[in-house]
Design a binder for this molecule. Structure first.
Ligand SMILES: Cc1cc2nc3c(=O)[nH]c(=O)nc-3n(C[C@H](O)[C@H](O)[C@H](O)COP(=O)(O)O)c2cc1C
Length: 345
């Protein structure tokens, strides 16, 4: 039904192919969260290597709740010129660029932030309102810088995933309890960003296929909130080391009936064959992360017919590295000219 290299519409965007670089925190900010030139160059280099849609690693909208010392902050202090430089560079390669907006919630690191991580129950109603505003401000900065849109991170146990997860959200007010209530905060953020940034600014979410209750109902809530696309992952992706097949495909196929908003799948896709398996199942976009840490030019190599499969072992060694230093593959040392210094130093 779909092929990897054909142009495809995703909300307001026309992508040059169906390949997405799933958000990957490279640990390339300064220790205070400022964006770096290296961070911008990496986004551009990925686009140069045939990725139709590059999604940045998660950026926090709250500088007091960072996930690590290399996580960029998106707020009033952000260098919009570097965001603009990244967007222009990606566009010059024919790609599109989204930032992933996040709040670390329970996964914030106290040693980095000098204060405890915040769980859903810790937020006052006033803080919830302020948080919605912070997501809106971050999205507006990205729009101002010429990016193509944002992805709201509602997966992997970070704050919005934690709100959706009944075992972590113990609130007894309108933000806890039923799935509709647990979705209230993500839903408010999606609607507020849309209202502030308009229909031409792409608005995606990254969603958990598990851990949040009924996936089918959750997908419908995202769709009704007006997102342009849903990238489906899972709360336990880090526990799937060594698995090189699309490990959330079955859950997504079982839940997607009646969903018309474009879907993307991430997790365990390391070859042309498995990417096509996802497309053949009727999922229109395919996302990659660890294969691109291993070989930032993996997609270009596949397109050129030089390689059918990523040499990535899916060992998650990179996942252990990136919390404290720039991400890199711990096994392969491919000499890729522009990126060797940033990914393999
Ligand atoms: C080093 C590293 C950093 C990651 N950072 C993010 C992130 O910032 N945001 C996010 O949504 N997922 C993040 N992920 C998860 C990936 O986007 C992806 O969902 C996961 O690795 C499974 O896809 P894969 O099998 O293609 O690697 C990260 C993964 C790794 C290995």
């Amino acid at each position: 039904m779909y092929t990897l290299w054909e142009p495809a519409k995703l909300g307001p965007l026309m992508l040059k192919n169906r390949v997405i670089r799933s958000a990957t925190n490279e640990h390339f900010s300064e220790s205070d969260g400022r964006l770096t030139q290296t961070w911008a160059d990496v986004q551009i280099e990925l686009a140069r290597n045939e990725i139709g849609l590059v999604i940045t690693g998660h950026m926090t909208v709250d500088r007091t709740q960072r996930a690590d010392e290399g996580q960029p902050v998106l707020d009033e202090q952000t260098n919009v010129d570097l965001l603009r430089y990244a967007a222009q560079g990606v566009h010059a390669c024919g790609g599109c660029l989204l930032t992933q907006l996040s709040h670390s919630g329970p996964k914030a690191i106290p040693a980095v932030n000098g204060q405890p991580a915040k769980w859903p129950a810790d937020f006052t109603l006033e803080e919830i309102d302020q948080l919605v505003d912070r997501f809106v401000l971050a999205a507006q900065l990205c729009k101002q810088a010429g990016l193509d849109g944002v992805q709201i991170h509602t997966a992997h146990g970070y704050l919005l995933s934690s709100f959706l997860n009944p075992s972590e959200n113990h609130r007894t007010d309108a933000y806890g309890g039923s799935l509709e209530n647990r979705f209230r905060l993500p839903g408010r953020i999606i609607r507020a960003v849309r209202a502030a940034c308009g229909p031409d600014f792409a608005l995606l979410v990254k969603a958990d296929s598990n851990g949040c209750g009924d996936l089918s109902a959750l997908l419908k809530l995202y769709e009704d909130a007006g997102v342009d696309g849903i990238e489906v992952s899972g709360i336990d992706f880090a526990a799937r080391a060594g698995i090189k097949k699309p490990f959330y495909l079955d859950e997504l196929l079982a839940a997607r009936e009646g969903i018309t908003v474009p879907l993307a799948l991430v997790g365990g896709i390391f070859s042309r064959e498995t990417a096509q398996q996802v497309l053949d199942a009727g999922i229109p976009f395919v996302s990659f992360s660890r294969s691109l840490i291993c070989q930032p030019d993996f997609i270009a190599r596949m397109k050129a017919g030089e390689q059918e499969e990523s040499p990535c072992l899916a060992c998650n060694g990179c996942y252990r590295v990136y919390r404290t230093k720039p991400v890199r593959c711990v096994t392969h040392e491919e000499p890729i000219p522009q990126l060797v210094k940033v990914f393999h130093s």
